[in-house]
Design a protein around this ligand. Structure first.
Ligand SMILES: Nc1ncnc2c1ncn2[C@@H]1O[C@H](COP(=O)(O)OP(=O)(O)O)[C@@H](O)[C@H]1O
Ligand SMILES: [Mg+2]
Length: 522
């Protein structure tokens, strides 16, 4: 039997919402400024050439009746025909024009989640100014109804188009800040969420705050862009600072810059980089005077060095929606990771755009990102200030490097690279990284080379000495990403004296002596 026939509609009703239900629907445990940010989102345009101004005025008053938050923008406004439709859940107006309008929840969440909706006034460039507000209600158990009324004030008269949303009785959410540092911390949060969009001049955000005890602050938001240091492409050898670009994929010169990570159900774009240390930035700034390396700006930056700013940052259409995701031990203070998602990413938002549902797709995606980064040596730990690359990479790059340099080939006595050079030789005493054999008598080893990622001390010297002894070779090179410690030379001297072998020759080469800028840039 056809189920449609069986279903006989006897009566119909569309759900109604009481004021208290609207408030409940808007309540979440996400931070209030994330909810507020939905109103900033609403003004930003798809059109990249347009920069919208958003002004947030906040007033905290001991008397809740006088407290408010208002958000004013000079975006395109809402057409009069839609002024009441925008209060429907899941509805969108201005189809295709707004960058961050999506689920039809944000506005409703903000006007009932931050306090109580006072009014919305809006104006399009060729339409009338119009105003919407809730129908007067006496108690929270009244049914919520929106009405359009004649605009009663001069607000928006000075601009061509735009929207004002005013929310009253906000004392439950808006803090009573007594110190400018509280206000500054709030501005920093907004700076962070919109760092990219502010940087690209898609939006300008002005924030003012006042309270009934007389405090008054104002600030304009500033955008920022991560400062990077590519460990495989050094900019300044002496301080081991890399070019300001994402880290390369291992064994290539392709930066991990919007690499697509795909799993069965998800896809995201990944950007990953290593951060310079504050010390490197300071030193480089001293010599270059390049503003990009301003140490203070770097210190205050959203992507500055340190574990507080670590973990994955999730971005949706230029807005940073989550920070510090999956912050665990393997992500050190010098690693920056951004995942960019779009509507077809297979990931789902919660009611607000600021949090993702932590479902199976989400976990699948995080795992894929983690293993991609692992495979590409991104999580290699290294001593502060040395390049985060693995030993085998140092070995490979060294071999490539000497082959293109006749002076190196000659100094190592190499006539036939194929015949004489061998790598990762397993022996009873361990694995030797590189040995060079005599051209005429391959039984004779003429040089032993040991690579160390970020150490060059007495222990490393002794290990190299051991390999040299095993291969019966009096010439060795310790290849390291780091400078030598005094113990390195003391150990060599002690061994020479003890074994009575003054003729042994051990050289230290680090990424710097090999002109690493070129060294790691194939
Ligand atoms: N400041 C604004 N400027 C222009 N349009 C707006 C503005 N605020 C809201 N709108 C319109 O109202 C609709 C509903 O907003 P909202 O409830 O935040 O849902 P969403 O943004 O997810 O669509 C949006 O689709 C947008 O078209
Ligand atoms: Mg919205």
């Amino acid at each position: 039997m056809d189920t449609k026939e069986k279903l006989k509609v006897l009566n119909k009703k569309r759900p109604e919402l009481t004021i208290s239900a609207a408030k409940k629907a808007a309540s979440t445990n996400i931070e209030w400024y994330h909810v507020l940010s939905e109103l900033i989102d609403n003004a930003i345009l798809v059109d990249k050439s347009k920069c919208v101004n958003v002004t947030i005025n906040m007033h905290y008053n001991e008397d809740n009746e006088k407290s408010y938050i208002e958000v004013i923008d000079d975006s395109i406004g809402i057409p009069e025909k839609d002024i009441l439709n925008i209060f429907d859940y899941g509805q969108s107006a201005n189809q295709g024009k707004m960058l961050l309008c999506k689920m039809g929840m944000g506005l409703k969440g903000a006007i009932w989640g931050l306090g109580e909706f006072d009014y919305l006034i809006t104006k399009t460039s060729n339409g009338n100014k119009c105003q919407a507000q809730p129908m007067k209600y006496d108690s929270d158990s009244d049914i919520l109804e929106y009405i359009q009324v004649k605009p009663s004030s001069f607000e928006l008269d000075a601009q061509l188009s735009g929207t004002i949303v005013k929310i009253k009785r906000v004392n439950d959410k808006l803090p009573n800040w007594t110190n400018q540092s509280h206000f500054d911390a709030f501005v920093f949060k907004i700076n962070s969420m919109y760092a990219n969009l502010l940087h690209e001049s898609r939006v300008k955000i002005h924030i003012s705050y006042s309270n009934s005890s007389g405090s008054k602050w104002y600030k304009e938001c500033i955008g920022s862009f991560p400062l990077m240091s590519n460990p495989r492409h050094l900019l300044n050898n002496d301080i081991s600072i890399g070019f300001n670009e994402p880290t390369y994929i291992k064994d290539t010169t392709t930066p991990i810059d919007k690499i697509e990570i795909k799993t069965k159900h998800t896809k995201v774009k990944l950007t990953a980089w290593h951060k310079p240390t504050p010390n490197q930035v300071e030193k480089y700034f001293d010599t270059s005077k390049n503003k990009v390396y301003n140490p203070q700006t770097y210190k205050d930056s959203l992507f500055g060095y340190g574990s507080e700013t670590g973990g994955i940052t999730i971005m949706y259409r230029g807005k940073y929606i989550e920070f510090g995701v999956e912050k665990h031990a393997s992500r050190t203070e010098n690693q920056g990771i951004i995942l960019e998602m779009d509507d077809d990413s297979g990931l789902s938002f919660t009611g607000y755009k600021n949090t993702l549902q932590k479902n199976n797709n989400y976990r699948e995606m995080l795992e894929a990102v983690d293993s991609f980064l692992k495979e590409n040596g991104f999580f290699v730990r290294s001593i502060v200030g040395t390049p985060s690359v693995e030993e085998d990479e140092i070995v490979k790059k060294f071999l490539e490097y000497i082959q293109t340099d006749s002076i190196y080939l000659e100094s190592l006595g190499i006539e036939s690279y194929q015949k004489q050079v061998e790598t990762w030789i397993r022996t009873e005493v361990g694995e030797t990284d590189i040995i060079v054999r005599d051209y005429n008598d391959p039984e004779i080893v003429t040089c032993v080379i040991e690579a160390k990622k970020d150490r060059c001390g007495g222990y490393e010297a002794a290990q190299l000495w051991g390999y040299m002894a095993y291969h019966n070779c009096k010439r060795g090179i310790l290849l390291s990403g780091a400078d030598e410690q005094p113990s390195f030379n003391v150990m060599i001297k002690s061994l020479k004296d003890f074994c009575n072998l003054p003729e042994v020759e051990i050289k230290k080469m680090n990424v710097k002596t090999l002109k690493a800028g070129k060294f790691f840039n194939i």
